[in-house]
Ligand binder design. Structure first.
Ligand SMILES: Nc1nc2c(c(=O)[nH]1)N[C@H]1C(S)=C(S)[C@@H](COP(=O)(O)O)O[C@H]1N2
Ligand SMILES: [Mo]
Length: 319
């Protein structure tokens, strides 16, 4: 197992962060969540999001990194979410009015349990855990986020994919009125991402419903987003409304937009540079400017869990 994996599931983010700071953040979160709910009187929180107080005592996954977590402020004010603008501060400003409830996910393609599911239909609060993962953006920065979520593989298995299901495609909500960034044609909307089925069935990817012990802030992909810790951040698609099992490789947004720059795999790989910049190092958000950059690790530190998925593949060609 790689050195960034903490094997003792005993430290919760609430202990890493001084209690008073953590509680302040919770207060801030609750206020901002309360404020966003005020905007729509009929906003009904689904069962899984009620009483998230208990999320603070969730079991911490042993797959978590022991690296220092970023502050809630960093995690919620420096974002990439083009549906709410292309600037790093735009999602924080422009996503406050977004109401992610009620929410459903359409399941299509090569599986026996296709249909439209309400989030509650398949989310069991017991399956929730805290997973602390580093998010490494292709642009060359990273941060460490205490997610609340559940195993993607466990969720996908419930839809009973068949033998033709070679890939899984994920799609973000398309709604220009609720996602103002979609009024500009900076990307092909809706945002689409995909994984090979064996990648999706690996133990690492999670569907996140929250972070820092509370529901996901809108700018981080409320109410549900993917987190794939060994791939560049853009694979971790936000605000998912559709999951499709397919026989052929999905056409993903960034790959379609700039195929020479963003491959389908997009594994974190310090030995393969982006055509316009090096991927050897990363700026850790929240660290003082004088601190040296961090060395980017192969597969973001998860070689032991995922290197076998790419055995025999040329990762320079399949970038
Ligand atoms: N739908 C959607 N998902 C998205 C993006 C986006 O623009 N739209 N940006 C991606 C990129 S480039 C990154 S780095 C991460 C950022 O996640 P965070 O803002 O929660 O840190 O989300 C990814 N998921
Ligand atoms: Mo990114």
């Amino acid at each position: 197992m790689s050195i960034i994996i903490n094997k003792s599931p005993d430290v919760l983010s609430s202990e890493i962060t001084p209690k008073s700071v953590y509680l302040d953040r919770r207060k801030f979160m609750q206020q901002s969540i309360a404020a966003s709910l005020l905007l729509s009187a009929d906003a009904m929180l689904p069962a899984w999001a009620k009483n998230t107080a208990k999320w603070q005592s969730l079991q911490k996954s042993p797959l978590s990194t022991s690296d220092t977590v970023n502050s809630l402020e960093d995690i919620t004010s420096y974002n990439n979410f083009y549906e709410f603008g292309t600037g790093k501060e735009d999602p924080h400003k422009n996503a406050t009015a977004f109401n992610p409830h009620p929410w459903s996910i359409t399941v299509e393609g090569e599986c026996s349990k296709t249909g439209v599911y309400d989030l509650e239909d398949f989310i069991k609060p017991d399956a929730l855990e805290e997973r602390i993962y580093r998010l490494r953006c292709v642009e060359g920065w990273s941060m460490v986020i205490p997610w609340v979520g559940f195993s993607l593989a466990d969720m996908l298995k419930k839809f009973e994919p068949n033998s033709k299901a070679k890939y899984v495609e994920f799609t973000t909500l398309l709604d220009k009125s609720r996602m103002p960034g979609q009024q500009r044609r900076v990307l092909h909307w809706p945002y689409v991402e995909g994984l090979r089925i064996d990648e999706a069935m690996n133990e690492l990817p999670i569907m996140a419903l929250g972070l820092y012990g509370d529901v996901l802030p809108n700018q981080n992909g409320a109410p549900i987003r993917l987190v794939v810790p060994w791939k560049y951040g853009f694979k971790s698609i936000k605000s998912i409304v559709k999951i499709r099992f397919s026989e052929t490789q999905p056409v993903t947004t960034w790959n379609r937009t700039a195929p020479a720059e963003y491959g389908f795999y997009s594994n974190v790989n310090p030995t393969v540079d982006h055509p316009r910049w090096s991927q050897k190092k990363e700026r850790v958000i929240g660290q003082p400017f004088w601190k040296p950059k961090r060395e980017t690790q192969m597969f973001n530190g998860y070689s032991d869990q995922v290197a076998h998925l790419y055995r025999g593949m040329d990762l320079r060609e399949n970038f």
